[in-house]
Design a protein around this ligand. Structure first.
Ligand SMILES: [Zn+2]
Length: 356
């Protein structure tokens, strides 16, 4: 791994009985980090996608540490994305391991195919409503449908509740729900060691995409994914964490500074979108095009989620409103407030925003 992370940080991770297994994925994000806790029970956090290649690598890396899949006793799922949960079923069947996940996530994992199909349907309707063409929506559904094979159903034997503490022989992990990147994001806090296992909630080299998703409780309303995410980040910022272990990339040793950078980034992006909307009313799709140009089909939903998330901040603050134009939604400004006078748009206040 990179030399940017000091050796003593790796030593603390290893001394804590935590081993990082980096499992390949077919996705743009590259490898996913799964974490082996050499504890009782022998625990794996996340699994990698459901592919022969991922399974082979996982076995090889476990073997190099003197373990086998069959030895695993507990598998914990951090959130609902396929690069994290795809192999859970195979591992659980081979090892007899218990499977733990947030109680809200359990039905999704157990009905994986059907629930993911419903997510796709809603995503398609949302994209059309925000001005993305039928061709792109149809093409993207084919791609996500084919990605489905990298996920899998699994039986959750140990539902976790937000705030509960998982007791292992050598550690206590507090379960904390941190929705935003996905509705089920769960982080695991080892207060004694000040180590947070955060999965995709916070990643050093990329800002986690707050993807618009169907609420897990089955309610119909779209969640404000970025608003939810920023609130969750604020809670994480308050933890006295010294090491944060992510679902992708390197360990983080300055999480408060990184979160402040993220707040500043989202503030700037919302201001930029406000400027574009102030020029003339635009759809979500037109805003995404103005920011990123024509993107690959696979990125269409992701960039739309980014745009809508930031426009939610502007709508909540009263600077922008939605207008229906036929079947499509357009955004327009409510006044001629200059973009640099919008003030802090981050919910709950942003310690990093300094204005002259
Ligand atoms: Zn994810």
């Amino acid at each position: 791994m990179s030399e940017e992370v000091p050796a003593d940080v790796w030593r603390r991770i290893t001394d804590a009985g935590i081993r990082v297994l980096r499992v390949p994925t077919p996705f743009q994000v590259g490898r996913v980090n799964t974490y082996l806790l050499e504890d009782e029970p022998l625990t794996l956090i996340d699994s990698g996608p459901n592919s022969g290649k991922a399974l082979d690598e996982l076995e090889r890396q476990l073997d190099s540490l003197g373990h086998r899949i069959e030895d695993l006793e507990l598998v914990i799922i951090t959130h609902q994305h396929i690069d994290h949960l795809g192999l859970v079923d195979i591992i659980a069947k081979r090892s007899g391991a218990e499977v733990a996940a947030l109680d809200l996530l359990a039905p999704f994992v157990e009905n994986f195919g059907a629930d993911a199909d419903r997510d796709d349907e809603e995503a398609a309707a949302l994209m059309l409503h925000h001005g993305i063409s039928e061709e792109v929506v149809t093409a993207l559904r084919q791609v996500t449908g084919s990605f489905r094979a990298w996920g899998s159903k699994a039986k959750v034997t140990t539902p976790l509740t937000d705030g509960e503490t998982l007791e292992l022989r050598d550690r206590r992990l507090e379960v904390q729900h941190r929705p935003g990147h996905s509705p089920s994001d769960t982080v695991f806090w080892d207060a004694e060691r000040r180590i947070l296992i955060a999965a995709d909630h916070l990643i050093k080299h990329i800002s986690s995409n707050p993807l618009i998703s169907r609420p897990l409780d089955g309610s119909g309303d779209r969640t404000q994914a970025l608003v939810t995410y920023l609130r969750s980040l604020k809670r994480t910022r308050e933890l006295p964490a010294e090491i944060v272990l992510s679902g992708h990339g390197e360990p983080i040793t300055d999480h408060a500074a990184l979160i402040d950078e993220r707040f500043a980034l989202h503030q700037r992006r919302a201001e930029k979108l406000y400027r574009l909307i102030a020029e003339r009313p635009r759809t979500g799709h037109e805003l995404a095009q103005a920011l990123w140009g024509d993107v690959a089909v696979t990125q269409a939903f992701l960039t739309l989620s980014e745009v809508i998330g930031h426009v939610d901040l502007l709508v909540n603050a009263g600077y922008v409103r939605e207008t229906e134009d036929g079947d499509v939604v357009r955004y327009e400004t409510t006044s001629d407030q200059p973009a640099d006078e919008l003030g802090d748009l981050i919910p709950g206040g942003n310690p990093a925003v300094r204005r002259g």
